[in-house]
Design a binder for this molecule. Sequence first.
Ligand code: ASP
Ligand code: MG
Length: 437
Amino acid sequence: MKVLKFGGTSVGTAERIKHVAGLVSGRGKNIIVLSAMAGTTNTLVEISGYLFKKNVEGAKETINNLERKYFQTIAELYDDAELRNEAEREIKACFNYIRSMTKDVFTSFEEKEILAQGEIMSTLMMHLYMQGIGVNSALIPALEYMRTDKNGEPDMQHIRQRLNNLLDKHPEADLYITQGYICRNAYGEIDNLQRGGSDYSASLIGAAVGAEEIEIWTDIDGMHNNDPRYVEGTRPVERLSFDEAAELAYFGAKILHPMCVQPAKYANIPVRLLNTMDPSAKGTLIGNDSDCGAIKAVAAKDNIIAIRVRSGRMLLAYGFLKNVFETFEAHRTPIDMVATSEVGVSLTIDSDKNLDSILEDLRKFGTVTVDRDMVIICVVGSFDWKNCGFEANVISALKDIPVRMICYGGSDCNISFLVRKEDKVKALNLLSEKLFD
Ligand code: ASP
Ligand code: MG
């Protein structure tokens, strides 16, 4: 059994839905995980925004517009009048449910219920379409098995047990369809796995059923060796290790949700990234074994803030780094890069949410300076320290660019640089020229 996940653009129009139905039918009893149709989750966020601000008219108008789009899609999707009527009835019910949220107090609980409707609607429409083309699909509601615990972490035991029970109830099914992104939390309330979380759902589902492979279908043919928005002639990387893929996903390659890698890695299930628009393209295979001895890809993460704390008394002092790190922990702010010297430490964060209070606390331990608008450039590949010359090669590519920080040796698979925002595109291009041309 495989898990096949399709993102929002892959199911973004009636035509795309038909195309995906064609791709998945006849391939065996797999689990199909869908995102909401492209744009829907953003619109649902917008509707919630109106309701938080008590702008009921704005919310209603946006709901009506979105509903019209869905009815248009339904009109294009089903030839059979009976299926069309059923789709209209069910989608109407979803919109009426969203409308019912405009009548009373609106909190983040209601918001999550609204956000869940996107995936509920896309899977419903796909399921009904399957019936029309003679595929006996079974709709498996994520809200009945996907759950997080009190720490917001997936409750793997619950997911495994409930999901397998639900699948067992449909021995006659040709394939299964389920929602990405949505779940219940430890209190049974409707919740989600954060924006872009459908990839994570697919990985959790794959781990829960012991899938043979997890396929993530998007609109690009795999993970590219550099950012195609800024660099010409990038190529898909054929193979990546889980660790390499995790670094790339975290440091900017938008194609995969960073959390997605973990469950698949621990269950040792290969993840294949494929292109809905070009299904025969090879894509990228992510697995526990990867080809060694190569530099694979470059990615960039924007809006980074670098903080340097200089201690007058760090020489032979202990406790300084502990104090600095504890400050970030106390403000629940994750650190990306770290570089130390005998007199100070530089680190980076990607959010200024708690910056003022962090800086105030850090000033107790030394002189603090801040550089904003920085970018992390992350190069991924075989950076085992015993491989000679790999890091030198990468560093020499950036010889004409001012580099604020370098991190190497934290893992076997990456080296990262911190540069100014205005040097990002040049840095990405220089690295591609040096490493991949
Ligand atoms: N529909 C959700 C989002 O737009 C989840 C996903 O697509 O992965 O964030
Ligand atoms: Mg996505």
